[in-house]
Design a protein around this ligand. Structure first.
Ligand SMILES: NC(=O)c1ccc[n+]([C@@H]2O[C@H](COP(=O)([O-])OP(=O)(O)OC[C@H]3O[C@@H](n4cnc5c(N)ncnc54)[C@H](O)[C@@H]3O)[C@@H](O)[C@H]2O)c1
Length: 447
């Protein structure tokens, strides 16, 4: 369902009228395509406090030319991205350097540009440092809400710039167009050690030689995920219910992969995947999901259990079966699909919200163990309002509210979730573990 409001505000009369009425101003987002692989303009590298990060070589490899502060201040060369290294912020005094660094340049950041703030881990006994570092979260999320013009603001906590290369490349590219207001931890967090970070032979085909299985990939977000992983070089297995087999085959043929007709709730789904992939797999994407909305007072047990079965129980069962059987090769990646409804709650979705919050719980508990025992990372994406058949069926006014109630004032596309999934599946993302990353344009729902 086309977003007519977004098209209207792209016209001169539309812009004039909606500005006068104080209505949202969505900007067309610059997304990745074969012809537009980079954000273009220069990258400005700023520092607040004294940093020990070896960041410059990693930033140089993003392919964005270095910008200068004076150019940005005068507006002569609009930076496409600003990276503020605030890992050295230790107290309220040095926090002031964040303001001093960004205040003069933020206006000049190009439309659809990026602000990436780098912070230190919060596991310090120094409560002044912890306060100043946590302050970066409120800063990042507030700037994300006010910056406008399709620009995004994210915070990355890290200790090693090399381990964050895949993440910085993602955030500093058009692939992260709909990811804003996120706090992403690299190689840190609840007992999550450094994972295996393997720089790919070719950064534009990072999954070459790897096999990826995507559940629910006959259409919608799953189809886009399969497409993106195939673009990145993976051999894809397109899994969907037997009733969708024809569509699954069509997708698989287009991508040079194979289709697997299987209801993921089958008790033996794990074994059947292992049988279909005797050589094992590297990337497991739990995307299949359903909604059966009703308020709790009107919800029969069948609606509750069908949603919990598809969205959570089968995710747990197949994950356990594939890990226990050693089907997921070392260096493997599991990416599950949560939802902002699971983080913020949504009226009429007690079943769906429970299932998607459960996915976040699975990630939290399994991530450190799967990495330690199997050398496999476990993360989740949490989509917000994404333009799919699922959301096209939502009544007009609720749909319009869903589209506008985020910092980018528009819905995301399946490709936005797919690009985020591809970053988490990347061989160089081994230090990204236990994260639930929202792809929601910084939705006003939830944190
Ligand atoms: N569209 C959104 O705005 C949005 C927002 C948040 C989260 N999500 C989540 O993203 C995922 C994909 O959503 P979508 O919008 O593309 O949905 P969709 O309904 O378009 O596609 C879901 C696919 O999963 C398949 N599927 C369902 N049950 C299955 C089963 N038992 N076994 C195998 N396959 C099964 C379906 O046949 C379908 O092809 C879901 O987990 C959904 O909950 C979507």
């Amino acid at each position: 369902m086309a977003d007519r409001y977004l098209s209207f505000t792209g016209t001169a009369p539309g812009r004039f009228l909606t500005r006068r009425l104080g209505l949202p101003q969505p900007a067309p987002l610059k997304r990745w395509s074969e012809r537009s692989t980079s954000l273009g303009g220069p990258l400005l590298h700023l520092t607040a406090g004294k940093s020990d990060l070896e960041l410059a070589p990693v930033l140089a490899r993003t392919g964005l030319a270095a910008g200068t502060e004076s150019g940005a201040r005068s507006g002569a060369e609009k930076p496409a991205a600003v990276v503020l290294d605030a890992t050295g912020v230790r107290d309220v005094g040095t926090l002031g350097e964040v303001h001093a660094a960004l205040h003069p340049v933020v206006r000049s950041v190009a439309a659809s540009g990026r602000v990436v703030v780098l912070g230190a881990p919060l596991d310090t006994d120094d409560h002044h440092q912890c306060a100043a570092q946590q302050a970066l979260e409120g800063f990042t999320r507030s700037l994300g809400k006010e910056i406008g013009r399709g620009r995004t603001v994210n915070l990355v906590r890290l200790t090693d710039a090399d381990a964050a290369e895949s993440t910085l490349r993602f955030l500093l590219s058009p692939k992260s167009a709909y990811v804003s207001g996120q706090v992403i931890g690299i190689g840190i967090g609840i007992g999550i050690g450094d994972g295996e970070v393997t720089a790919p032979a070719a950064w534009d085909r990072p999954l070459a030689g790897r096999t990826a299985l995507v559940t629910g990939a006959a259409r919608g977000i799953g189809e886009a995920v399969a497409e993106t992983l195939a673009r990145d070089g993976a051999r894809v297995v397109v899994l969907d219910v037997p009733a969708a087999e024809a569509d699954a085959r069509r997708v698989a043929e287009r991508l040079g992969g194979t289709a697997l007709a299987l209801d993921i709730t089958a008790a033996d789904a794990g074994e059947r995947i292992v049988d279909a992939l005797p050589d094992g797999l590297d990337v497991l994407i739990h995307n299949a999901g359903i909604t059966r909305d009703r308020r709790l007072v009107n919800m029969p047990a069948e609606r509750w259990s069908s949603v919990l079965e598809v969205n959570l129980a089968s995710v747990l069962r197949t994950t356990d079966a594939l890990l226990a059987g050693g089907a997921l090769r070392p260096g493997g990646r599991i990416v599950a699909t949560a939802s902002i409804a699971g983080l913020a709650g949504n009226a009429g979705q007690t079943n769906y919200g429970a299932s998607k919050a459960g996915v976040a719980g699975l990630v939290r508990s399994l991530a450190p163990r799967a990495l330690a025992e199997h050398r496999v990372t476990v993360n989740a994406v949490a989509p917000g309002f994404i333009e799919t058949k699922m959301t096209a069926a939502v009544p007009l006014f609720i749909r319009e509210a869903g589209r506008r109630m985020n910092s980018l004032a528009q819905g995301g596309l399946p490709a936005d979730v797919a690009e985020t999934t591809a970053w988490l599946a990347h061989p160089a993302s081994g230090a990204v573990n236990g994260q639930v990353v929202r792809v929601c344009g910084q939705s006003l729902l939830g944190a």
